[in-house]
Design a protein around this ligand. Structure first.
Ligand SMILES: [Zn+2]
Length: 373
């Protein structure tokens, strides 16, 4: 085997040199002369197929990311073209925003919404199934069809649907057996979820009509589309900022944004103030709805007073109230202000929804005009 190593040397110093070079050559493959060492450094050693100089290997190493790709990544957003592109994106977003902003007929508030009712129903089509699965997975259960509480909710819904402005939804009622939670919500498309705890707070059919009227009104006013649109605007604007910052700074900014809870901040900035306006609009629409269905709108006040008392006492969870709703005092003050008009509505109503205010609201929303009850 020794005959394969023509540069065998006898001096220990040469052995050290071989070790420092980090070669994978066998220990017997030792370089002795200067010329041989030079050859050893610069070429493939004849006793092995490897390149022996680590600096040379480093210089010749293939990078994981090509230099061209790395340059493109580092300079992303810095070039004039990238900046023009980002500015064009921002300008397009502003134009898109202006084209899709509309006036909410009851409040005069201008809002951005580019999702139609049809798309919202499609977007939320599996949500009811997911909620049912989640409730059951957490050990909860739904009240059976013939339960008096389910029948009560269905009865109230039967009177509210004709005045809802969205009577053609595929309406379905689900009552969760959960006496400790006072909550109710309606998914776009007409799936109504009621926690049995809210029935105890309501105490009667009129107050339940106030709760369900409010929840239906969120659908009538397409509030879900507004929230979804706001989230898209947030994503687009954040993306533009990252792009304008350039490749690496943009990535760093994204990391910082994520680390400090940027998504939470975006929710706070976009949803919280708007959520309060939406709640107020749903209160107004819901109040008119219940009045037109010939329920006594004064029970809306009774309900919120009872809700305030229940919350003060504790013992019942009120999840929706804790999120973006206005305070009970604010709500009671507003409903008191609207009450004379609601009582008039009730007096004028034929109780069948033929002159439903919600229908006028939907029509006015399409035309972009204000409407008063
Ligand atoms: Zn609400």
């Amino acid at each position: 085997m020794l005959s394969r190593y023509p540069f065998r040397a006898a001096r220990p110093a040469s052995r050290l040199f071989v070790a420092a070079a980090g070669t994978r050559a066998p220990a017997s493959c030792i370089v002795s002369t200067r010329a041989a060492r030079q050859r050893f450094l610069s070429t493939t050693h004849p006793c092995s197929k490897d390149v022996y100089d680590p600096r040379e290997r480093l210089r010749n190493a293939r990078p994981l990311v090509s230099h061209a790709a790395a340059d493109r990544f580092s300079n992303a957003g810095r070039s004039r073209n990238s900046k023009r592109f980002a500015v064009a994106c921002v300008a397009a977003a502003v134009i898109f925003y202006l084209c899709n902003s509309e006036v909410v007929p009851v409040s005069g508030r201008r809002r951005f919404n580019f999702f139609s009712d049809w798309y919202l129903q499609l977007y939320h089509r599996n949500e009811a199934k997911e909620i049912i699965h989640l409730v059951e997975a957490q050990g909860g259960r739904f009240l059976r069809e013939g339960d008096p509480r389910v029948l009560l909710v269905k009865h109230v819904m039967k009177r509210l649907i004709p005045v809802s402005g969205v009577p053609d939804y595929d309406w379905e009622v689900f009552v969760i057996d959960d006496p400790r939670t006072a909550n109710a919500f309606v998914i776009p498309g007409g799936k109504v979820f009621v926690h049995s705890g809210i029935l105890n707070v309501c105490g009667n059919e009129h107050a339940l009509a106030a709760v369900l009227g409010h929840e239906i009104a969120h659908n009538t006013a397409l509030h879900a589309g507004e929230r979804l649109s706001a989230a898209w605007v947030g994503n687009l604007m954040t993306g533009c900022v990252f792009l304008l910052a350039g490749g690496m700074p943009g990535v760093a900014l994204f990391g910082l944004w994520t680390a400090v809870g940027g998504f939470f901040l975006r929710d706070l900035l976009f949803y919280l103030p708007m959520g309060r306006h939406q709640e107020s609009e749903a209160d107004y629409l819901g109040l008119m709805m219940m009045a037109e269905a010939c329920y006594d709108p004064r029970y809306a006040l009774t309900f919120w007073q009872r809700m305030e008392a229940v919350q003060r006492q504790g013992g019942v969870d009120v999840p929706e109230m804790l999120s973006t709703h206005p305070s009970n005092e604010q709500r009671i003050a507003q409903i008191t202000q609207w009450m004379p008009r609601a009582l008039e509505k009730r007096a004028e109503s034929d109780c069948r929804g033929t002159t439903a205010f919600a229908n006028q609201f939907r029509s006015a929303m399409r035309r972009g005009v204000l409407v008063t009850a």
